[in-house]
Design a protein around this ligand. Sequence first.
Ligand code: PLP
Length: 392
Amino acid sequence: MQTVPAFDRIGEENAFAVLARATELAAKGRDIINLGIGQPDFSTPKHIVDAAIKALKDGHHGYTPAAGIKPLREAVAADLHKRFKVNVSPGEVMIMPGGKPTMFMAIMMFGEPGADILYPDPGFPIYRSMIEFTGAKPIPVPVREENGFAFSAEETLKLITPRTRLLILNSPANPTGGVTPKSEVDKLVAGLEKHPNIAVMSDEIYDHMLYDGEQHVCLLSYPSIRDRLILLNGWSKTYAMTGWRLGYAIWPGKLYEYARKLAVNLHSCVNAPTQYAGIAALTGPQDAVTKMVAEFDKRRKVVVESLNKLPGIACATPKGAFYAFPNIKQTGWKAKPLASALLEDAGIAIIGGPDFGVLGEGYVRVSYANSTANILKALERMGEFLASRKAA
Ligand code: PLP
């Protein structure tokens, strides 16, 4: 059997492996607290679930257009206009089976041997995995603690070469919770105007999850890069819909047709009732989103305060998403052995920073998508562990 070498280069997301191990330990009767998971611990709001049930009862059982049903694409365009005052036509919106397929397609469109693709490090691991899959060279853009885990326009622009094809941005960011300020995005876009051949993929899946009065900066609001901007977004995080597999992309120009054809070849369309649920999510009441974000905000403060009391741990206050990314360098532990020992010996699932890139060493990702009571219990156990165990 001869398979193509690309499959030996493809990576994955260790968060799924940690989840599997945590579930296995819990099934054996261990008390495991999961702060590793990247999904809201809330149920999808009832009116959204009801819309999917109604769609099934109304007979929406068949294929839809590959790009998604028109009322959903219209709802996405209207939502983007309402929130960011940007004009998007429903014909630019493509409904996708989650957020991930957009990065998959975008990286496939630009990656090949000889091409460079810039991506955030630490960052969502699928970016690098897919870049390597295509044979392109992954060029990490450092995301630094001393910069509030925002990306630096200057540092990003310096990494551009004639081989650069695509720049991947993510704010609010996984795994750091970092939010890049508008002034920095302005600078970056101004710099990109000198590089008209570089496409930009902006992953804005956490755009509702901002704290301390931060306002989301949507890359669609920059006309000078609009003709080469791919926007990735979706319902997974905002509406607690990770298992529904519903996302969307805004594709510029000919990329739309490329993506539509890829969809026809790959998944045909997103399942019909889920698309109706997506309409209810965008056009219905938003109070469940507001409540969820307010709850995350409360937990964020608890997580940061509790982590900062632990020996050797220093945690900056994240401004977005639902992750804290504490610095563990003073504990003497390397991040992955610490995450592994915490799971096996203390029953706490977190993710080692290196699972998000080489610059993640010295950090761990703590998700606060769990109850305050569980967070407090987990961090108390973590304190006892650090006080009693020598670094491995
Ligand atoms: N982008 C980022 C930054 C994420 O953290 C995630 C999920 O963890 C995704 C995209 C993927 O979202 P989805 O589950 O909708 O594919």
